[in-house]
Design a protein around this ligand. Sequence first.
Ligand code: BGC
Length: 246
Amino acid sequence: MEILGIDIGGSGIKGAPVDVEKGMMLAERQRLDTPQPSVPEAVGDVVAEIARLFNWQGPIGCTFPAVIKHGVAYSAANVDQSWIGFNGQQLFEQKTGCPVLLLNDADAAGIAEMEFGAGRGQPGVVIMLTFGTGIGSAIFVDGRLVPNTEFGHMEIRGKDAEDRAADRIRTEKDLSWEKWAGRVNEFLERMEMLFSPDLFIFGGGVSKKHEKFLPLLRTQAKIVPAQMLNEAGIIGAAMAAKSLVR
Ligand code: BGC
């Protein structure tokens, strides 16, 4: 089954048709800039443009970096505030003329990693984390997702966890790997206290450089880098949209 997967991020919107049984992209992905300000109408136009580039008519799975319930966004940490309470799924359906499923970006990445990547066949409690502009999270219990967890907004030292430990902070503040890993360790320690996971999957763009910091992370649970890197969002979004077809 082929489904178009689209991954909306703070700076880019990427998409490709996906074979959802094989967990593979079927064409080179297209990337367009996220419009600034990232208001719904403008983002919807870019989503429609990506669908048009592939001449797409069929189901679309699409990620968004926010809490998403039944197509509606309920947060907007790194996107325009006008998303809060807005039904993005409906807008994207109007713009593309295709059925659309909208879901949280880290949830989508986790879905892909659990089926085809680092979490394959992994029972018990698995926590997928994505470190980028923010910190995204997805928690799985025996392969079943509890959506919209938003662990990146947990309070640590009086601040949003992602404002201390996202990869954006590492680059903005020019933190050493040791210093940043210290902050990530505080976050992971809190996760372990709350959920006693069996496995952490460390994702986001920075996971490409995992040999620099994974050895500095201290967890009881095993911690492994994500395997699907920047394809996970696209593939996971397409996989989640299988429900539109059934
Ligand atoms: C958002 C999450 C998102 C994460 C990664 C956070 O700021 O609140 O919904 O998953 O960033 O993009």
